[in-house]
Design a protein around this ligand. Structure first.
Ligand code: AMP
Ligand code: GLY
Length: 420
């Protein structure tokens, strides 16, 4: 398993529970992952080194956590060397790696998404703004670590953002900018595994991207999440599969870039039905933590079946429980986070909660903060209200003086439950 965050801790935790997983290595991992796997030092950017490690250690399956190595073609290097891998090829990973690629695919396959124009210069983009109304949605085409999207309330703000983007604020990712129509509705995430032909629905979630309570303040990688997302009813999920996931999988295969791995669809539930906001080519972080908490099936067998093109044989059972995760971040996040703050997990896990490590390091036996998002405190219950209470009980058992968390993760669902 490749990666070092809370998503990868959740994956490692679940992989390690499987009888089919005799030995698990993780690179580079973190102290939490170290309790589930043997940590090895490998650079995912060095494809030859990863391939050599797999050959030398009889690795049967590589699970790639983050997007960057996939967009960089690591899955191709592994497959070419005969190593099974969970994650898409470089061509298929364009679904996350290029927003313009995905918008064009939606157009070809008639997938519901916001109207858009791809632009390649400031002057062109500025004149294209005439065709849109505020708020303006501007997206750097390439990977920008979750920071490449600007929603501008006024024309002046939009022009300033375009100037930044074409001026290199996001490096090469901003050489092209997609301008799109603003969608209104509630956001939800839907996950599906595919091996290029079979599709296995893999749960839903909602996350909280803003740093502040009430969903205010700057965007982050995600301050908490819960699963399932009840707004995505069974009927809506069927519609998402039919109108969004199936045409994507079919078109990618027909065009010679079959997609194998997880499709993470960011959706807007609009009055006209679900529309695709974006695809990611990996699990969400922290959405993965709540999916893995609910998954009752053997993850190793499912991911192996996916990697080997036998996904139609696999089944995925999820508990009816709700899982909820609270991100504890280091002070300063999403700006420059304080490093090295002491953490004591105390009795946080005694009542069935699970603390996934996102950005920690062990020094002389002491657990320290080592990143922006540090811990993902995860619990389950019969509904969101119960899962939320259990997660915050666990949060309260943790000592992390230089950290903070939002106290309202799941508020939308808790409100909905309170009027039932
Ligand atoms: P993305 O990185 O594409 O997920 O965009 C980040 C966030 O921007 C999304 O989670 C949405 O909240 C918002 N967003 C992106 N595209 C649109 C759109 N077309 N209309 C409204 N909000 C959007
Ligand atoms: N939590 C949002 C993401 O993983 O992209």
């Amino acid at each position: 398993m490749l990666g070092s965050g809370g998503r990868e801790h959740a994956l490692a935790w679940k992989l390690a529970q499987s009888p089919a997983c005799a030995k698990l290595y993780a690179a580079p991992g973190n102290p939490g992952i170290g309790e589930e796997a043997e940590l090895v030092s490998l650079d995912a950017g060095d494809h030859a080194a990863v391939v050599q490690f797999c050959a030398g250690n009889a690795v049967d399956l590589v699970v790639v956590g983050p997007e960057a190595p996939l967009v960089d073609g690591l899955a191709d290097s592994l497959r070419n060397a005969g190593v099974a891998v969970f994650g898409p090829s470089k061509l298929a990973a364009q679904l996350e790696g290029s927003k313009g690629f995905t918008k064009d695919l939606c157009e070809r396959a008639n997938i519901p998404t916001a109207g858009y124009v791809r632009t390649t210069s400031y002057d062109q983009a500025k004149s294209v703004l005439d065709r849109f109304e505020a708020p303006y949605v501007l997206k750097a085409d390439g990977l920008a670590a979750g920071k490449g999207v600007v929603i501008a309330e006024t024309r002046a703000e939009a022009e300033a953002a375009l100037e930044d983007m074409f001026g290199g604020a996001f490096g090469a990712a901003g050489a092209e900018v997609v301008i799109e129509e603003f969608l209104r509705g509630e956001e939800a995430s839907f996950f599906a595994l595919t091996d290029g032909s079979a599709i296995l629905p893999f749960g839903s979630a909602q996350d909280h991207k803003r740093v502040g309570e009430g969903d205010t303040g700057p965007n982050t990688g995600g301050m908490g999440a819960y699963s399932p997302a009840t707004v995505l009813t069974a009927e809506l999920q069927a519609q998402v599969i039919r109108e969004i996931i199936e045409p994507t999988v079919r078109t990618m295969a027909a065009e010679g870039m079959p997609y194998s791995g997880v499709l993470y669809a960011g959706l807007m539930l609009t009055e006209k039905g679900p529309q695709l906001i974006e695809y990611n080519c990996r699990f969400g972080d922290p959405e993965c933590q709540v999916l893995m908490t609910r998954l009752e099936s053997d993850l190793t067998e499912i991911l192996m079946a996916c990697a080997e093109g036998r996904l139609s044989e696999a089944e995925a059972q999820f508990s009816d429980d709700t899982a909820l995760t609270v991100v504890m971040a280091a002070n300063g996040y999403p700006g420059t986070p304080d490093k090295g703050g002491a953490i004591d997990l105390g009795t946080s896990e005694t009542n069935g909660a699970k603390v996934f490590h996102a950005g920690t390091v062990l020094r002389d036996g002491q657990l320290l903060a080592n990143g922006g998002r540090v811990l993902n405190v995860t619990a389950r219950g019969p509904n969101v209200t119960a899962a939320q209470a259990a997660a915050y009980d666990a949060v309260d058992a943790i000592s992390f003086p230089s950290g903070f968390c939002r106290r309202d993760i799941g508020w939308r669902e808790v409100e909905r439950e309170s009027v039932l």
